[in-house]
Design a protein around this ligand. Structure first.
Ligand code: 5GP
Length: 208
């Protein structure tokens, strides 16, 4: 969830948009791939709520809604989150209403969320297209995380431990696995998935 809103809808599409979930281990390059993807396909980006602190350069309401734990808890209790998860000591969640409104309006909505949340979305919204972005190697993932410079060593270690588990379960739990060996190649693979007949929005299906 590191990119600003965009909300063009293509004229040739069905009434409902698609819910596209991009997940994958921390450091795999999700934000970069998702930003590059947005140059090629119009999406509405869901802005998540989180209890983690803003990093330098992040702005409340742009990359995330930065909430204190009480405010997050209130959203959760009111049922305002489509999914939520604890990740590396912080809470993250997807505000429900903007996502459902955009899908209903015909826009493809993209969620950049971790694996537990992706599974919740698939459970409650089976038509969601779930993509798992995977690094070429675990060593490459570790290198990227350590070079990022905005994450503490303890947090990096937690994120690497989580990544091990995510890579093990991804194959059976996601609709598509996409290797991020280069941004361009990953974007091409995702576009091909989104353009395949099985993942096209179905013009004849009734809204639900
Ligand atoms: P970061 O702290 O690096 O911005 O994000 C950490 C992880 O949380 C990333 O894998 C990111 O995709 C995930 N994430 C961001 N927003 C959400 C959300 O709303 N729900 C869930 N489940 N994960 C999220």
């Amino acid at each position: 969830a590191n990119v600003p809103h965009s909300s063009k809808s293509s004229p040739d599409r069905a009434a409902r948009g698609r819910l596209i979930v991009v997940s994958g281990p921390s450091g795999v390059g999700k934000s970069t791939v998702v930003s590059a993807l947005a140059e090629r396909h119009a999406f509405f980006f869901s802005i998540s709520a989180t209890t983690r602190a803003a990093r330098p350069g992040e702005t409340n309401g742009v990359e995330y809604f930065f909430l204190n734990p009480d405010a997050f808890e209130r959203m959760r209790e009111r049922g305002e989150l489509l999914e939520w998860a604890e990740y590396s000591t912080h809470l993250y969640g997807t505000p429900r209403t903007p996502v459902l409104e955009r899908v209903a309006a015909g826009d493809d909505v993209l969620l950049d969320i971790e694996v537990m949340g992706a599974m919740q979305v698939k459970g409650s919204y089976p038509e969601a297209i779930t993509l798992f972005l995977t690094p070429p190697t675990v060593a490459e993932l570790e290198r990227r995380l350590r070079n990022r410079g905005d994450t503490s060593p303890a947090d990096i270690d937690r994120r690497l431990a989580i990544a091990q588990w995510q890579l093990e379960v991804a194959e059976e739990r996601f609709d598509h696995i996409v290797v991020n060996d280069s941004v361009e190649a990953a974007v091409e693979r995702i576009l091909r998935i989104l353009e395949a007949p099985s993942t096209k929005a179905d013009d004849d299906s009734p809204p639900h």
